[in-house]
Design a protein around this ligand. Structure first.
Ligand code: SF4
Length: 119
């Protein structure tokens, strides 16, 4: 059976442990992690990598022309550009409050886009 090894840095906390993830068929082993979160992170990175997206969206009537937004959960990495298309298509109107959902269940992922500051 062919095995593949991938070197990663765990970004789940500031310690930044250097992980080695070995995939042999259905078996995935993670070494180099200091805690269980690193093992989960390493396995997810090779099976279903996800990313938080932070950006800005257009807003009318605010003190600035754009307002910061982010996904409220990590989104599958393969959808990050489509997620940016959704964010770039937003045309918000002031006032907005930090935490407001401005796009719900984007791309059928159960991930929302939320505003991260009042404006
Ligand atoms: S393995 Fe644990 S201690 Fe190491 S960076 Fe990841 S979360 Fe932090």
């Amino acid at each position: 059976m062919e095995c593949v090894e991938k070197k990663l840095v765990c970004v789940s906390c500031p310690m930044g442990c250097r992980l080695t993830v070995k995939v042999c068929g259905d078996e995935i082993t993670v070494t180099g992690n200091t805690c269980k979160r690193g093992e989960v992170y390493g396995k997810n990175e090779v099976t279903d990598p996800r990313r938080m997206i932070c950006s800005t969206a257009r807003i009318q009537g605010g003190v600035h022309p754009v307002v910061p937004v982010k996904t409220d959960k990590p989104i599958p990495e393969k959808l990050k550009f489509k997620c940016m298309d959704v964010i770039n298509s937003l045309d918000l109107k002031s006032p907005v409050t930090a935490g407001d959902v401005v796009a719900a269940n984007i791309l059928d992922t159960d991930v929302n886009i939320v505003v991260t500051r009042n404006m």
